[in-house]
Design a protein around this ligand. Structure first.
Ligand code: AHG
Ligand code: MN
Ligand code: MN
Length: 312
């Protein structure tokens, strides 16, 4: 037993202390902390609106959709008062909202509630956040300084990166985010695949890629929630998530600014990769807030293999 540590005293590192020890600058630290706190409020709303009480039949239709907007409001209001955010871009808003005085350091992008169609099934859902220093109308590599996502599952977990590795925190029963895994690094190759879109809408080259993964013995793991699907690739240290170009929608489904850039930032920080098939997701120029892109994201062997199949 090492000195000073026994069964009764654990050395617990909370989120604020971790970010401080990591040398992240003070405003960014506070911003990430505030967003993590918002996760608690969003989680409370999810519980409130999805309590399966007999007699409240309609909570799953209209109310479930409203949960997206409620989450967005909570986040926007919290960030408005933060003093660190000049603009807020959200999947729920048509345009970027100026929410500060103009001289604040950061722009925040949000998918406040990802996987909203899964709420009534009690599967995991999430919140995805990107933090930019410069205009979002650039490529992620030039504008982003941090990203995080919160998974609302049996546990509430938060994974963040401010460009110094990828770290996971778990919300404990006292309401504290405590460190669970530090400097998460993916293996070169994984064992799971999450293929988005319908097979009948896939291109032939994408079909061949997925067939290859299947014949190589990759296990199918697709929940329909981007956050838990990406989270399992990270926690299992590898694998691939794809939402490809579809015959009728060549840009796929997922949104570059709100969903893909933050996950690509985290994945690269964990030693993985993210591409649209030809270019890195973080090299793509954002020209509109609702821009979409195909994506192949995960450990590097599978992403590189996707590039090869798509170029044939
Ligand atoms: P959102 O709930 O924010 O609209 O996102 C839904 C997304 C994402 O979570 C998931 O990866 C994808 O939609 C699933 O799409 P399919 O239902 O086509 O599989
Ligand atoms: Mn989403
Ligand atoms: Mn959403």
């Amino acid at each position: 037993m090492s000195e000073g540590i026994n069964d009764h005293t654990r050395y617990i590192v909370d989120l604020r202390r971790h970010m401080w020890m990591d040398g992240i600058e003070v405003e960014l630290r506070r911003l990430i902390w505030q967003i993590a706190v918002v996760g608690k409020y969003i989680s409370a709303k999810i519980h409130e609106s999805n309590r399966k009480l007999a007699g409240f039949k309609n909570v799953y239709g209209e109310d479930q959709l409203a949960l997206d907007r409620i989450s967005d409001d909570i986040l926007k209001n919290m960030l408005k008062n933060s003093g660190f955010v000049r603009e807020y871009a959200s999947e729920e808003l048509k345009e970027i909202a100026p929410i500060g005085q103009g001289q604040e350091k950061y722009i925040v992008t949000a998918d406040p509630l990802d996987g909203s169609s899964l709420v009534d099934t009690n599967l995991a859902i999430g919140t995805i956040i990107g933090i930019h220093k410069n205009s979002v109308f650039d490529c992620g590599r030039n504008s982003m300084v941090a990203a995080l996502y919160i998974t609302y599952g049996p546990l509430i977990t938060m994974i963040y990166s401010a460009g110094k590795g990828v770290h996971e925190f778990v919300l404990d029963r006292e309401g504290e985010y405590v460190l669970s895994e530090e400097n998460i690094r993916l293996n070169e190759k994984g064992a799971i695949f999450s293929p988005g879109g319908l097979r009948r809408d896939w291109t032939d080259s994408h079909k061949r890629y997925i067939d290859r993964l299947e014949s190589d013995g990759y296990k199918l793991r697709y929940s329909g929630g981007f956050v838990p699907d990406i989270n399992q690739v990270i926690i299992k240290r590898g694998g691939i998530f794809s939402y490809p170009a579809l015959k009728k929608s060549p840009q796929g489904k997922l949104r570059l600014l709100f969903e893909l850039q933050p996950m690509a930032f985290i994945m690269e920080q964990a030693g993985g990769r993210a591409t649209n098939g030809k270019e890195d997701i973080l090299s793509l120029n954002v020209t509109s807030v609702d821009q979409r892109s195909p994506i192949y994201i995960g450990s590097s062997a599978e992403v590189t293999m996707a590039e090869k199949f798509l170029s044939q």
